[in-house]
Design a protein around this ligand. Structure first.
Ligand code: OAA
Ligand code: MG
Length: 386
């Protein structure tokens, strides 16, 4: 049993949306295929992975550094003790050989993308949905019903409050109970946007707001004072992701739930947020996204760090809207997952036929991560592996 190839293609996921920090006019992602010599149902098992939006494709790093490391390794060193499957942690250690600690950034995206494909292959070789495999490995009971919320509400050229309200209405109509919109371009602009959306929701769903790290301490506090007039689901990523002091100070001005963590890419950074960011385990939310942060092998270490600090995995609702985090949520008891109903296709979203009901989806029993159940996505994946 061995990995015979690792392929990468950098693909566009560009759109004309913008948050308070970046626009997505040149956004890309890496799609990878880990091809094995294991045969299931008459064809070789191929694991697939991609990074989520917000960081760009990592073709250079994957092709120059990580794929060669994996393909040059003695295949036996990448297997589990029983020799009947690949071992994700041994593969992870091989990928990260001769990498210094610290400075977690783009390489964490490259490794997270490959790691997703490896776990997909491992669950397919085991013949199980990844969420069931994960639950078994951790001695837990899987729960295929997962909370999801609808993320959107971007700034968009020429987009007025009426369009924003219509967008949010469409999420309500599709079964979501929590929706999210962007803020951070200025209180004068954002207050009427928030009030318009709340009016549209009319108490039938809750609203989360996301500043994408745009605000300095003074502005983050000014926003906090404005936002606490409204019953929000959460106030997300007010300031720079590494400014733990800002996050900690904000709690004095904002008693309601806050969320952050999508731009922290290692368990060490997650631990610093918990140690120094003043995050409150009884109400705040952690959004670490394995596809940007060294993958599920690292995410399991992050969950250990949280446990040690007294945090439940149910406080985690990852960023990114991909099926990998849906599997982790269903298998390891996270609080849910993000979803972008109208963006980043064909990568994000759910297998065909999966519907949102009362803000939840139910995972179908598909081997691996479940990409084979999403016809537009598996088509581009198979094109890469062909
Ligand atoms: O706009 C983005 O970069 C995505 C984002 O923050 C989120 O989904 O929370
Ligand atoms: Mg965000």
């Amino acid at each position: 049993m061995r990995i015979v190839d690792l392929r990468e293609v950098t693909a566009p996921i560009a759109s004309s949306i913008a948050n308070a920090y970046i626009d997505f006019s040149k956004m890309t992602l890496s799609l990878v295929a880990v091809v094995t010599d294991v045969i299931r149902d008459g064809r070789p098992v191929v694991g697939y992975g991609f990074n989520s939006n917000g960081r760009y494709g990592q073709g250079g790093l994957i092709r120059e550094r990580f794929a060669p490391r994996l393909l040059e390794a003695d295949p036996k060193t990448l297997l589990n003790d029983a020799g009947d499957n690949l071992d994700p942690d041994r593969i992870w250690a091989t990928l990260m050989k001769n990498e210094k600690p610290g400075g977690h950034g783009e390489r964490s995206v490259a490794v997270g993308t490959i790691d997703m494909a490896v776990w997909d292959a491992v669950a397919k070789i085991a013949g199980k949905p990844l969420f069931r495999l994960l639950a078994e490995r951790h001695g837990l009971t899987a729960n295929p019903r997962v909370f999801v919320y609808a993320a959107g509400g971007y700034y968009y050229p020429g987009k007025g409050i009426e369009q924003l309200r219509a967008e949010m209405r469409s999420y309500l109509d599709r079964g979501y109970s929590v929706v999210k919109m962007k803020i951070g371009n200025g209180i004068e602009e954002d207050r009427p946007r928030i009030e318009g959306v709340l009016k549209e929701l009319d108490g039938k769903a809750q609203l989360a707001v996301d500043a994408n790290g745009r605000l300095n301490l003074e502005d983050a506090i000014a926003y906090a004072k404005m936002l606490r007039d409204y019953p929000l689901f959460w106030y997300e990523e007010a300031g720079d992701p590494l400014d733990y002091n800002l996050q900690a100070q904000l709690a004095e001005f904002y008693p309601a739930p806050m969320a952050t963590g999508e731009n922290l890419f290692s368990h060490q950074d997650a631990r610093n947020l918990i140690r120094y960011g003043g995050m409150r385990p009884d109400r705040d939310w952690l959004q670490f996204d394995c596809a940007l942060s060294y993958g599920l092998c690292e995410y399991q270490r992050t969950l250990e760090v949280l446990k040690t600090a007294g945090w439940s995995p149910s406080r985690c609702i990852p960023h990114g809207g991909h099926q990998m985090s849906l599997n982790i949520a269903a298998g390891l008891g996270l609080g849910g997952n993000e979803s972008y109903p109208d963006l980043f296709q064909p990568y994000g979203g759910f297998p065909d036929g999966v519907r949102v009901e009362d803000g939840h989806i139910t995972m179908p029993d598909l081997p691996g991560i479940g990409f084979e159940g999403k016809s537009d996505l598996i088509k581009v994946m198979r094109d890469l592996a062909a």
